[in-house]
Design a protein. Structure first.
Length: 295
């Protein structure tokens, strides 16, 4: 089984290219990050992941400055051509920008382009906010730009919290021909009884739309740990909502490297899918990602 693994969510980077890695460490959603304020090249990712059987992976944009989003994709394309696991690229685009169509056209120069991520997550806790407001995807100008994505055939990585269920559902409902990938299994950040209930209701709402799949990734973001007992309930509930054919594994490395190794992460993940049969495990570890990202 492990020789078929696709990691559907990881990053590589050069520290000099990322604004958020420059200067003094500032509070981030994933906590203190001094250990990853450095280059994380593809060779290191391969060394981390390949012993677990990862043979293909999807690079997801790492928040270079907005005006260098094309440069980011071009650099990753060049790194992938040197060898390694990267089989697809998810780049950044700002759909509210009046020239987003030209940006998407430029991105076509990268043969590995498979999708776009514009992080829409907003939360009542300021530390967890990224977007300017919770319902950016309802803005008419943003939607005009988003409509252009359909002509590319690329997926959209949807990163939102449960508290944004209404605008998220409107987006996936109003663009039924667009494939969406819900990031990090809906980003469960509140493990209180009420938080679990809100998150479960949220993922079930989105799972009702056949154009939505999800990534079982970033599961350590809010607990800063990779433990099977903590991850298994999230994985199982997500699988119950979406089914294995609409779920895929992602490591979120090197962010998760702040609190775990790739081996420990994969062990925690395997514990969460242990109840699946071989077909189900293959879907989550390989087949869903291969289909969605056309690998």
């Amino acid at each position: 089984m492990t020789d078929l693994v696709i990691d559907a969510h990881h990053h590589i980077w050069r520290q000099a290219d990322l604004e958020w890695l420059q200067g003094e460490e500032r509070p981030r959603i994933f906590g203190p990050y001094r250990p990853i304020m450095r280059d994380y090249p593809l060779t290191e990712f391969v060394a981390d992941a390949s012993p677990l059987g990862v043979t293909k992976s999807i690079y997801v944009q790492a928040n270079w400055p907005n005006d260098r989003a094309f440069d980011e994709a071009a650099w990753v394309q060049s790194e992938a051509e040197r060898g390694g696991t990267i089989a697809g690229i998810v780049a950044h685009a700002d759909f509210a920008h009046p020239e987003v169509g030209k940006h998407l056209e430029r991105l076509r120069a990268s043969p590995l382009m498979r999708g776009i991520r514009q992080q829409l997550h907003w939360h009542g806790t300021p530390l967890y906010r990224f977007a300017a407001h919770p319902d950016l995807s309802d803005d008419p100008a943003w939607r005009r730009g988003f409509a252009v994505l359909g002509s590319t055939g690329w997926i959209f990585e949807l990163q939102v919290f449960a508290g944004q269920a209404d605008p998220a559902e409107r987006l996936v409902r109003d663009f039924p021909s667009q494939t969406f990938v819900l990031e990090h299994a809906g980003m469960l950040e509140d493990r209180s009884e009420e938080g679990w209930a809100a998150w479960r209701a949220f993922i079930r709402r989105l799972a009702a739309y056949p154009n939505v799949t999800t990534k079982l990734s970033g599961l350590g973001t809010f607990i800063h740990a990779a433990r099977g007992r903590d991850w298994a309930p999230v994985i199982r509930d997500t699988l119950d909502a979406f089914g294995p054919d609409r779920c895929m594994f992602g490591s979120n490395f090197p962010i998760e490297k702040l609190w775990t190794s790739y081996t420990a992460l994969f062990d925690a993940f395997q514990a969460g899918i242990a109840h699946l049969d071989d077909t189900g495990r293959r879907a989550v570890l390989h087949d869903t990602a291969a289909r969605v990202y056309r690998l």
